[in-house]
Design a protein around this ligand. Structure first.
Ligand code: G6P
Length: 367
């Protein structure tokens, strides 16, 4: 192919480091001074968005996690119902969709068999279809009414990284164009547009933490299990962090909404089960703290990605990695990056085939 790794040891690392640039590409020409320009979605987008009463998102794998983040955004900012489902379930069951449903598929490749089948299954029963996709001219792009390209450029590493963060940028733009029709204040949209413009710089700063994350990764190389916790939009980010670790380091990892810890996974926590927590804000951390104490009391080692190191008392068995202050809306995008780097370094330590993990394919075009 025409893409090479350049100075990087793996495509995955190169793609992680490309994120400041590609999130910029995912916004270029789409943001006005204080609003999202809806022409980017294709001809007739405005008239379609005017009629949307609810959203159904369908995707697989990492793209599904992007959809889960979007659910929080769409319900919070646009105040309309949003459902999210993996395509392999959605396509095979009787789905009930009220009038005014916008069907959104999310896909890096635009060729995932289940996602494409879900679109074909449903398209006559929805208001319109929109795909958030990275490959121009792919099947999902050709067959959907509207599309918003993620502009991440070719992604070679099987474990998706830059495709995910650019999907989130595109989904946030989608949330804003829907929101403005459902009471989202122009000043709120303007503020978020302003914050989006800070994203490339924030991601650069997080990449600067790579040496510290590499050091942290040593604690995982000998482990067989790991638990990831998050709340709110950081819950799907925890899911994505766990998926990355599974995919490339072959360590069994599970993600839980932090509040569910006490309903089961706490029973698994001991000194051999590291617990990774993404908790950018103090309010969130306050809630998490009780859970964290329970983890510590069982000898579990904690790794906290937080917005301020003051938030968690440094003590034995607790490592805190401080990220720069991040506008709340951007947290899921920014906090994804350290988790990508963590899995990458664990995989390198374990000597796995980072770009081509065993048994997995970049694009699953057959069922
Ligand atoms: C495969 C890839 C994943 C990807 C998923 C969905 O499992 O290994 O990285 O998230 O397919 O692919 P899509 O191209 O539809 O986003």
């Amino acid at each position: 192919g025409s893409v090479d790794k350049g100075e990087y040891k793996h495509y995955m690392l190169k793609e992680i480091y490309e994120q400041p640039k590609v999130v910029h590409a995912a916004m270029e020409g789409r943001l006005g001074k204080d609003s999202v320009l809806e022409q980017a979605f294709g001809a007739g987008a405005g008239e379609i968005f005017d009629q949307v009463k609810q959203v159904q998102i369908v995707a697989c794998g990492t793209s599904y996690h992007a959809g889960l983040v979007a659910k929080y955004w769409i319900e919070d900012l646009a105040g309309i119902p949003c459902m999210v489902e993996v395509a392999s379930e959605f396509r095979y069951r009787r789905v009930v969709l009220p009038p005014g449903t916008l069907f959104i598929s999310i896909s890096q490749s635009g060729e995932t068999a289940d996602t494409l089948a879900a679109l074909r299954e449903i398209r006559d029963r929805v208001l319109a279809s929109l795909t958030i996709c990275n490959v121009p001219g792919s099947s999902l792009v050709r067959e959907s009414d509207l599309c918003l390209m993620t502009n991440a450029g070719p992604e070679i590493g099987v474990a998706s990284t830059k495709a995910f963060t650019t999907q989130l940028v595109a989904l946030l733009q989608t949330t804003l164009v829907l929101g403005r029709r459902h009471g989202l204040k122009p000043e709120t949209e303007a503020r978020i547009v302003e914050e989006l413009k800070q994203l490339p710089g924030l991601l650069e700063r997080v990449l600067g933490l790579d040496p510290a994350i590499e050091k942290m990764s040593e604690a995982f190389a000998e482990k067989h299990h790991a638990l990831f916790l998050g709340r709110g939009t950081l819950n799907p980010v925890a899911m994505e962090g766990a998926l990355k670790l599974k995919e490339i380091s072959y360590i069994h990892a599970e993600a839980y909404a932090a509040g569910e810890l006490k309903h089961g996974p706490l029973a698994l926590v001991d000194k051999d089960m590291p617990v990774v927590t993404v908790a950018p804000r103090n309010e969130m951390l306050d809630k998490l703290k009780a859970n964290l104490q329970e983890v510590r009391a069982r000898g579990g080692e904690l790794f906290v990605f937080a917005g301020s190191s003051q938030a968690v008392e440094p003590e034995e068995g607790v490592q805190v990695l401080e990220l720069p202050p991040v506008p709340g809306i951007l947290e899921p995008i920014v906090y994804t990056v350290p988790l990508q780097l963590l899995s990458y370094h664990v995989a390198v330590l374990k000597g796995t085939d980072v770009d081509q993990p065993r048994n997995l394919a970049k694009s699953v075009t057959v069922e």
